[in-house]
Design a binder for this molecule. Sequence first.
Ligand SMILES: [Zn+2]
Ligand SMILES: [Zn+2]
Length: 101
Amino acid sequence: MTAPAVSVLTIEHLDFQPTCDARDGKKACEAPSDFSVTVHGHVLAYKNGTQVKEGDMTCHFCSDHLAAFNEFARKRLPSRCRGCTRVFTRLSDIILHVVAL
Ligand SMILES: [Zn+2]
Ligand SMILES: [Zn+2]
């Protein structure tokens, strides 16, 4: 019996699946991530004391934690970013992009 080569290639193509970045308290979620999520955030760069550089961060979440993060962010609206003091009134200003893995 010969396995069809195409299915092997398909499986190998999907082998990049980082685990979920979420944490419950100190315990990291060990579920494989289902989504790559780009959120408003800051890459901290300290220069002469304090300086914050705006940038977008990419996180990986399992579907449960993406739902939890959505809910968490939505409940806090409007919210002020501590990095740039921008005020966000829409969820789509905070969660910029979601890609299913
Ligand atoms: Zn998770
Ligand atoms: Zn900000």
